[in-house]
Ligand binder design. Structure first.
Ligand SMILES: [Zn+2]
Length: 317
């Protein structure tokens, strides 16, 4: 056998060896027993397949004065942020979820303990929704209201876990959807909050190059604390859920500058003379022109769709 033929034989043997290794790896992977999944995971996957859209949807329901946002992740995981004021659950929130065929909420959370954010929680928790877990801010300010004490007792007795969160704490938010990064930016454990509004969970939810900053009713003190003690770069978002129904006590200038959003969504009724013209002007001054400001009072329920590159809106009115 000549040298050239020996070289050819070596190459053929090498290719055969690679082929055998590849087939071996493939057989090993296909024959592996799948890890036993807990039933809740299976249910979650089922819900995921039903709702998967490939975009991050932020639904701001028209609940008048109050907040209720439904987030649906690209793979279909669901998150309800706040539940409006008393007496609206059946007519507004329940009807909306049913219309979308949603019967499981992977995460339910309240940003803070005021009635216009937790009003519908009792009705939600006593209904027939399957709930994965409940999140609330760990910070407290003042004595809890009777309504909030009742909610805490209901959560204590519930068959799903509740997490009280400070900024940076690990929670089910970290595994809500592999394609989405959710960070808790406030409340901060080293800050003392004197107002319930300032205990609000501030969440940054990012999908690709698009993101939404959820602020609850955080006012100036909480905004400044994040800027001072947190990393201001963490606030940068393409869509801002304007704090405290557009109140003048929120959306301070340096906070808006740090967020640098292109779009804003505002949940408000006519109570407290909202939306506040001065706040709308500040939004415009810091990069969110009036045509990019969506307000439930005028637009009804607002749906923002974040596809990782751009944001598109549909509104009820
Ligand atoms: Zn509020």
């Amino acid at each position: 056998m000549g040298k050239r033929n020996i070289k050819k034989l070596h190459i053929i043997l090498l290719l055969l060896l690679v082929a055998v290794i590849c087939v071996g790896i493939w057989l090993w992977q296909t024959n592996r027993e799948p890890a036993a999944a807990p039933s809740s995971t299976l249910k979650s996957q089922h819900a995921t397949l039903q709702n998967a859209s490939g975009v991050l949807e932020v639904h701001m329901l028209d609940v008048g004065h109050g907040d209720c946002l439904l987030l649906i992740s690209p793979s279909g995981a669901t998150m309800l942020v706040d539940a409006g004021d008393d007496g609206l659950f059946e007519e507004v929130i329940d009807a909306y979820l049913r219309a979308l065929d949603i019967d499981r909420l992977d995460i339910v959370l309240h940003t803070h303990a005021h009635a216009d954010h937790i009003g519908g929680m009792d009705a939600l928790l006593s209904g027939d929704y399957e709930i994965g877990c409940y999140l609330r801010p760990a910070a407290e300010a003042g004595k809890p209201t009777k309504k909030y004490e009742k909610l805490l007792a209901t959560l204590d007795a519930a068959d799903f876990p509740t997490y009280a969160l400070w900024a940076g704490d690990p929670s089910p938010l970290n595994t809500w959807d592999d394609a989405v990064t959710v960070r808790v930016l406030s409340p901060l454990p080293d800050v003392s909050y004197s107002n319930v509004n300032d205990t609000s969970l501030i969440l940054h939810v990012a999908y690709g190059n698009t993101s939404v900053l959820l602020t609850g009713d955080a006012a100036r003190a909480a905004e400044q604390a994040v800027l001072k003690y947190g990393n201001p770069d963490d606030l940068r978002a393409t869509l801002l859920k304007v704090g405290h129904h557009s109140s003048d006590s929120s959306s301070s200038k340096n906070f808006l500058r740090a967020v640098g959003a292109d779009y804003a969504i505002i949940s408000c009724g006519t109570d407290y003379k909202n939306p506040k013209p001065d706040t709308l002007k500040r939004l415009a001054d810091y990069g969110i022109p009036p045509e990019n400001q969506y307000i439930t009072l005028y637009h009804g329920t607002i749906v923002a769709r974040l596809d990782g590159t751009t944001i598109t809106f549909t509104t009820e009115k």
